[in-house]
Design a protein around this ligand. Sequence first.
Ligand SMILES: [Zn+2]
Length: 111
Amino acid sequence: MIVKKITTGFVIQTFATEQGVFVRQEFVAGDECDYEDEDGSPLETIDAFKDTKGKEAYLPFEMVQPGGPNPDLPYDWQCPICMYEVKWTMNQVADGGTPICPECDCDMKLA
Ligand SMILES: [Zn+2]
């Protein structure tokens, strides 16, 4: 039997305006879930959602991140003034912004 668990929530997509790229997305699940059969009719119980050990089945929400499956992958960034280069990940951009050139104190660009 095929049954569906429908979770209400929202998605936060983080965008770096200087680079014109999305750097991260997160799915935030709400507390409300609906359960349906494959025809879309509501289920009266969630007894069908048992794993092979008899516990309530759980599947984490895993979204693919921008820039590929690994947001810790380093990219080459370059200073537009002195051409200084550095490795910087999309996780670092999402957490603290784009790299700053230590010589010119300006925002570096994706090389
Ligand atoms: Zn520089």
